[in-house]
Ligand binder design. Structure first.
Ligand code: IVH
Length: 681
């Protein structure tokens, strides 16, 4: 029974909440604490005890951040205003063009006031506050509808549970980016590698993976940060400018971008961008660009938005990071289909805050083309998405002792014969029992895009395989907790977690399952396409190649590979075991019924520019459904440029290259000629 609460105790609780929130803000946002951790903990425990004894818990109490139980799935949240994306500029000239467009649209000739801030590379988030209290936090999703991640976000100490400033609006949706610092990212990946879990490819994925967690206690363990930079719906407060909004955020204890420059006129904007670019190496987080915004919110409103991006902002993207280092060794690794890929081992080098010690060299043709040898000094580049690659060899640094790495005649893992098929660049190990291939198949099966079995990454698969516990991915479903407990790397909790993750994976979708099977040439995209066209797994049994080729976009190679797989009795027996003995439940939310594609656009390449009456993605799907190819850049091989409103540099380029242009209506006519338009929309 809770004790009787009086005014004095209420006030005591309220004061503790207020003080603790203030100290948490000093620590997590300002990075300037004024009390010791021990003192904070003491007050926190005192609050916890009082709350429990008197059953009086304020919505912004710091005790409410942790302790929520895992959930089954994320609920969907509709954003009251769509969460847009940003248009990109890759050169200073393109930033100047942006300024030109704005002046023209506004009909002004004087200088415009802009703001310039770093672009955070993380996960976009919307935080909805009602009367100052955080109600929901949601991911961007498709821009219109995201996932409810409130419980996870509440574990982040830099996110205010209550907006604390002097002006508290009735309603405000604040947008920002959740990100992970580079040092934290490296630490997390090292830990994951030790535990046999797959490393995150970049800080962005790490942040996204930490938020899109059904168990908030996992999010709580990850050190995540927030930078707020925009709004959705706002009621009860009027900001005149973006910079005024950012000041309000600061007053209300929200974390804001590390820099905010106010720049009058485009020359100052370019100088501010250069300034951010110069100092970005010293930022603790990854930034791949700077965001330029028209400061005046009235002007922003006048300029409005295109389908997916506002006209009043642009993201300037920094060029990729490059460094030079030495290739200490070249080795071959064997993938799940037996393909042997050469990779370089570097003298470790820091590029953009991340240590790079190896990179794929793709294949022997590529290695030959760039003439890459062991001992070479090379330029290595790590672009925004972090997967590093060798740009070029610095030949001047050669000593004559560099060594080529020839195509091996034996598999570097199992020693079996190696073949290189006519016309193929890939070199393959021919053994079906090559341990590297078998393990890679299992890793692929369990991977995120596949069955998504958390905890079954490289290291654990290696261990389970070496102990003979899994020889094939089907064996995953035979694993028992006792088997795991007998292994060095498992304790009660980790064993149970893995068993639970395996159990959870049994409810999956057809697209995921098809991808997980690792059928040659069937990546995530092809798997999805198959799922769109085949109602269930069983419908694929004994499928003919022609039935797959019927689906536009599906090439002959994929069709042949899928047909071969589903006509092999051994495979079908295996699938039956998975469904009937291990009780896999495969749903198919992607199924769209058979598309009646016309193929009228077969062999034609399209590029879209400007604003069309339909979202770009929809138009691209339409083109592809009719056999055409939708590309993003105009080149001499583009057949048509689909031109919408306010087309810019792509239209000019198309004119220069003599590429034909067509309107959206013209595109529909092209398709309707056959009068067999699909029921896509
Ligand atoms: S403003 C209307 N400011 O980048 C869109 N976005 O590539 C307003 N982002 O969707 C966005 N840092 O998720 C803005 N300082 C910043 C940003 C930023 C990162 C993200 C945001 C956006 C994406 C576009």
């Amino acid at each position: 029974m809770p004790g009787d609460i009086n005014k004095e105790i209420k006030e005591k609780i309220e004061k503790l909440v207020k003080d603790l929130n203030y100290h948490s803000y000093r620590y997590h946002v300002l990075d300037a604490p004024i009390i010791s951790d021990a003192e904070y903990d003491r007050q926190f425990r005192q609050l916890q005890e009082l709350e429990e004894r008197y059953n009086y818990v304020l919505p912004d109490s710091p005790t409410q951040r942790v302790g929520a139980a895992p959930q089954e799935k994320f609920e969907k949240v509709r954003h009251s205003e769509p969460m847009l994306s940003l248009d990109n500029a890759f050169s200073h000239d393109e930033v100047r063009e942006f300024d030109g467009r704005i002046k023209k649209l506004l009909g002004v000739s004087g200088e415009i006031d802009y703001t310039v801030e770093p672009k955070y590379d993380g996960l976009a988030l919307e935080l909805s506050y009602r009367k100052g209290i955080l109600i929901t936090a949601s991911t961007r999703g498709d821009g219109y509808e995201g996932e409810d991640v409130t419980r996870n976000i509440k574990t982040m100490r830099s996110v205010p549970l209550k907006s604390e400033g002097t002006k508290v609006p009735e309603e405000i949706d604040i947008r920002g980016e959740v990100y992970m610092d580079l040092s934290e990212f490296e630490k997390l990946n090292n830990e994951r590698e030790k535990k046999g879990e797959p490393a995150f490819a970049n800080p962005r994925n790490a942040a996204a993976g930490s938020i899109r967690q059904l168990d908030p206690s996992i999010t709580a363990e990850r050190k995540l940060f927030l930078a707020c930079y925009g709004t959705g719906r706002v009621k009860g407060i009027n900001f005149k400018s973006h910079s005024e909004f950012i000041s309000w955020l600061r007053d209300s204890r929200f974390p804001t971008p590390a820099r905010l420059e106010i720049a009058k006129g485009i020359d100052k904007v370019i100088a501010a961008i250069a300034e951010i670019e110069k100092s970005r190496q010293s930022f603790p987080f990854e930034t791949d660009g700077a965001v330029v915004k028209v400061n005046d919110l009235g002007l922003q409103q006048k300029l409005g938005t295109k389908t997916r991006e506002p006209r009043w902002a642009i993201a300037y993207k920094f060029p990729a990071h490059q460094e030079t280092t030495k290739i200490l060794d070249i080795q071959g690794s064997v993938g799940r289909t037996g393909v042997i890929t050469p990779f370089a081992v570097f003298k470790p080098v820091r590029i953009g805050g991340v240590t790079v010690s190896r990179s794929t060299l793709h294949n022997w043709d590529e290695m030959e083309r760039k003439d890459i040898r062991k001992g070479d000094t090379v330029v290595v580049e790590r672009a925004g998405d972090v997967i590093p690659h060798v740009v070029a060899v610095i030949k001047e640094k050669r000593t004559g002792r560099e060594e080529k790495f020839p195509i091996p005649d034996k598999c570097p893992v199992c020693g079996s014969k190696v073949v290189r098929e006519e016309g193929e660049v890939a070199v393959r190990c021919t053994s079906l029992h090559c341990p590297a291939q078998v393990q890679e198949k299992i890793i692929h099966f369990a991977s995120r895009g596949g069955m998504d079995i958390e905890g079954l990454g490289e290291k654990n698969v290696e261990l389970l395989y070496s102990r003979g516990l899994i020889k094939h991915f089907e064996d995953i479903y035979k694993l028992r907790k006792e088997d795991l407990l007998a292994l060095p790397r498992f304790a009660e909790k980790s064993a149970q977690n893995l068993i639970d993750a395996i159990e959870r994976s049994k409810n999956t979708t057809l697209a995921r399952f098809l991808y997980a099977l690792g059928i040659i040439h069937v990546g995530e995209f092809a798997a999805k396409l198959l799922a769109k066209n085949f109602e269930s797994l069983e419908k694929l049994y004994h499928v003919a190649q022609g039935d797959i080729l019927y689906i536009k976009q599906m090439g002959e190679k994929i069709a042949a590979s899928v047909a071969t797989f589903f006509n092999d009795k051994k495979n079908l027996d295996l699938l039956d075991v998975m469904l009937k003995e291990h009780n896999l439940k495969i749903s198919n939310p992607d199924y769209q019924g058979k598309m009646k594609a016309t193929g009228l656009l077969e062999g034609l390449t399209f590029v879209i520019t400007g604003t069309l009456p339909k979202p770009r993605k929809e138009v691209e799907d339409l083109i592809e459904a009719h056999g055409g190819h939708a590309s993003s850049a105009v080149s001499a091989s583009t057949d048509f440029l689909v031109v919408g409103e306010e087309a810019g540099s792509k239209l000019r380029k198309a004119r220069d290259l003599g590429v034909k242009t067509v309107s959206y209506e013209g595109l529909l006519k092209l398709i309707e000629k056959g009068d067999k338009a699909p029921r896509l929309f």
